[in-house]
Each structure stands twice: as C-alpha cells, then as structure tokens.
Design a protein. Structure first.
Length: 471
C-alpha cells in the first residue's frame, strides 16, 4: 500500500458545486454539500480564510497555495500550515462537504457528471426518474393538483416546473434574438400556412407567455386563439399576460383529454410541455388480456389492440400513455381536414413512460414511438423532430448552468435582487448584475446542447400531426 502523502502534497478541493460572492471584506459561499442535500450558505470574514478559498484550484497542491498566502500575509510557512489545519478541522465539523483534501488531482469532468446528476439536485431542479416497477399508489392526483394546488403562476414556472417556453420567453441569443413562442409560430406555419379565418387552440398555456410571443407580431386579424387549461390560476395569468391581444383570445377551463369543441372546427392545436401531465396506466404484460379491472385499464388494452401498439419490448410492468391516446382521438375529431397539431414534450421513441418527480406532483416522460403508432393508425401524417433542430437552436451558446444559477439566486435573494429563470449567457448576466457580476466567482456556463437550466434539451421532441384532407 502506498504511504499517505504529507498534507502539503495533497490537493485542496472545495464542494463540487459552490458559488462565491466577494463583497468588501466578506466572502459569501453558497454550496451543495452533496448530491442529496439542500444548499447551504455561509459568510466568511477572516481574510486568510477568504484568500485560501479564493486560491483553491484543483490543479494546485496545498504547498503552492500556502506559498502564495505566506507572501500575501507575510506569514511563515509553519504558521500558515497551522492555520490551514484549523480551517480544515472547523469545516469538517461545521460545514461538511465544503472543503476537503485529496491525494490526487481529481479528473476534470468527474465532478459534474458522476457525482451530481442534474436531475438529482435539491428542490426545484429535482427531477427523479422512476420506472413503473417502483411506482406506488402515492402519486398526486394530477386533476386535483392542477385545479386546486397551483397558487401562483410566476412561482410555478420560476421554481416548481420550469419550462422551455418560460426560459426563452424573452429574446435570447440561443434563438438568434427571437423568442420561443415566436419561433414555434414560424415553424408551425411553415409546416402548414394559415388561410383566412384561423382558429388556434392552445392546451395548457402555463403563464401565457408562450401565446403572448406567438401572437405578438402576428398580423392576421382573422386569428382566434383559444386557451384551454385545467388551472384557474394559470388561466387568469394567461388573460393578464395577453391583455394586448384581448380581441382575439378566449378562455375555457377544461381537460385537454376531452375537448369541448365541435367536430372539424379547429385549424391548429398546440400543446407545449403538457402531455407529460396526461393520464398513464400501469399495465402488467403477462396479464394484459386476461382480466379486465376498471374502465381505464380496459380502454388502454382496447387502444393497444385497435391501434396495433407495439409492446413486445415492454418490461413486465410498464406504463402506458392512455391520456395521449385520448388526446389523439379528440384531435382527429376536432381538427379540420388538413388541420395541424403540434405536440412538444420530453421522452424517447423507444422508452416506456417514466415517472418524473417535480415539486408537488409527478409527470411522465412520453413514449413517442407509441404516439406515432397511434397517430398513424388514426390516419394522421406524423412528422417527428428533435426540438433543438426544429427551432434551430444555436447549440453552442453557453448559458449559466442550473446549479450555479440556483446558488447565485440564493446569494442574490439575500441581497434583495432577483434574476428570474432565463438561462442567461455571460453577457446577459453581466448586463443584469452590472458591477456586481465581478464579485461572483466560480460561475459555470454550459453549452445548450448539453444542458440548459437543468434540462437535457436533447430529450425534447416535436410531433407535427396533420389530419388528412377529405378526398
Ligand atoms: C408544464 S405546464 C406547461 C405550460 C406551458 N405550455 C409552458 O410551456 O410553459 C402544463 C400546463 O398544462 C396544464 N394542464 C395540465 N394537465 C392538463 C389537462 N389535463 N388539461 C388541460 N390543461 C392541463 C397545466 O395547468 C399547465 O398550464
């Protein structure tokens, strides 16, 4: 066994994810002690300790850091080492996880990818995937949640369930200065251009910013835009945000899986990050066609048979997106011939739905392969694309990573400033924070194609469904 190196030859490592704020003679540190814990905040006042924290760099050995500190503080190496030992001891007991020593220099990328998966950090960015096998009956009733438990539209989308349309509601360099809602309109109308009087339904409009940007520069006065949502609080926000468009908008409270519209009455239907909230049923592959218990299970089995949904590769227990089937059946009924639906959500072409835990409720990733099979069986043409490509996102634009953002917000909030969720680039953040920006250390920026505001944006898919022309 190799002998342990003396302290001076080791490397000094700070918490995997930490953000520093240096103001006057104080250093505020926000950090996650480990992947499962809540963030912590502490303020240091001792100038030696502050300088020590600011000098940590995973490539430097302790002896090099101490040499620099000795020259800054006209100190002896022996005394500096004693001070360092005291600091290490203090943090070991009071702030575990903040500071530690290591024999070897850590591998460059080990920190982010392995130890702190983006979906396992605390609070609002906590998304924990579960397969059907692990789901108990403890799930929150989604109807009840949307009807009664959403209390504040902004808080909902700044904290509890951030969405891409919310992040990109303001012009953003990743969209070449455009906004999410506007880019969706351009691409949707490229798929099928509107003619004359046009009726658009948006199901699950969230705060209303998506629609606002969709409608902002839309000249066609013959457009009627209808919001349908379960949540009364969100409908109210949709109305408020879109007051400029009051003449062409209307509102309905209802369930997107049962549409209160006449047959052949709508030109477009849009669902952006909504279908993960729709009904799923848990099925047992071995007993699928043996017994029938309850209308939802019967309906799911019927759908699998009628639409020839491929489940050969399903695990023994699996989730099936029944709500999506109901939606597609409704779309077939309410869309005009050649009417088009745009559905955006996260999921994959092959994986079965997985429960994703968010603050206050759960939602379910989408099996887009099944969605396409059902859509085709219903007679839709169905084009699939990755959202990144569909909206022509600039994949190399770097934005503040979600953990830095989270920690920065904790520090900022203490100082009565707010940066609302917006995936800021370095430039955007500098403009927002002005001279304060320079006081932050250790902020990380990450390429959009890898992650944006905690999202693996690559997982988002777009389905464009067109109803056939009547011949
Ligand atoms: C994750 S949010 C997405 C909001 C918005 N589209 C966006 O991109 O920010 C889901 C939205 O769908 C609504 N919703 C959820 N289930 C619904 C259902 N069954 N019928 C209608 N609206 C629903 C929610 O109230 C909320 O407005």
């Amino acid at each position: 066994m190799l002998a342990k190196s003396p302290l001076e030859d080791k490397f000094l490592i700070r918490a995997n994810r930490s953000v520093f704020y240096k103001n006057n003679n104080k250093l505020t540190i926000a950090y996650f002690p480990d992947a499962k814990s809540h963030y912590r905040l502490l303020t240091l006042k001792d100038s030696f300790e502050i300088k020590l924290f600011l000098s940590i760099n995973e490539k430097r050995k302790i002896k090099d850091i101490l040499k620099e500190l000795c020259s800054d503080f006209s100190d002896t190496p022996e005394h500096a080492l004693v001070q360092l030992k005291k600091i290490l001891k203090k943090h070991k007991h009071i702030h575990p996880g903040l500071l530690k020593t290591e024999e070897r220099q850590p591998a460059a990328d080990k920190i982010d990818r392995k130890n702190l998966h983006y979906f396992s950090i605390a609070n609002s960015i906590n998304r924990e995937y579960r397969s059907a096998k692990d789901i108990k009956k403890d799930h929150v009733d989604l109807l009840d949640y949307h009807l009664y438990r959403i209390k504040d539209a902004n808080k909902q989308f700044d904290r509890n369930e951030i969405t891409l349309s919310h992040i990109f509601r303001q012009p953003h360099p990743a969209l070449k200065g455009s906004t999410y809602g506007r880019r969706i309109r351009e691409e949707l109308f490229r798929c099928r251009s509107p003619k004359g009087k046009t009726k658009i339904l948006e199901i699950g409009g969230g705060t209303g910013w998506f629609a606002r940007r969709f409608l902002d520069r839309l000249k066609n006065r013959n457009t009627k835009y209808i919001f349908l949502d379960l949540s009364p609080v969100l409908l109210k926000s949709q109305k408020k945000i879109n007051f400029q468009h009051a003449k062409r908008i209307s509102f309905l409270q209802g369930d997107g899986q049962r549409l209160p519209f006449k047959n052949n009455s709508l030109d477009y239907v849009i669902l952006n990050e909504v279908i993960a909230d729709f009904d799923v049923v848990k099925l047992d592959k071995n007993n699928l066609f043996k017994s029938s218990n309850g209308p939802k299970l019967s309906k799911a089995k019927e759908a699998i048979l009628n639409y020839n949904v491929q489940i050969d590769d399903a695990p023994k227990k699996f989730l099936f997106g029944l709500g999506i089937v109901k939606l597609l059946e409704e779309l077939k009924r309410v869309l005009k011939p050649e009417g088009t639906a745009l559905i955006i959500e996260y999921g994959s072409m092959w994986s079965y739905p997985q429960a994703v835990k968010l603050k206050g409720h759960r939602e379910y990733s989408v099996h887009f392969g099944h969605l396409k099979q059902v859509a085709n069986a219903l007679g839709f043409s169905c084009e699939m694309a990755n959202l990144l490509d569909f909206l022509k996102f600039r994949k190399d634009v770097e934005t503040l990573d979600s953990i830095s953002f989270h920690l920065l917000e904790k520090i900022i909030r203490k100082r009565h400033l707010r940066v609302s969720s917006s995936a800021p680039t370095k430039e955007m953040l500098k403009n927002k924070l002005k001279t304060d920006y320079q006081k932050f250390k250790n902020l990380r920026f990450i390429k959009l194609k890898d992650n944006v505001a905690g999202f693996h944006i690559k997982e988002f898919k777009v389905a464009v469904l067109k109803k056939q022309k009547i011949s």
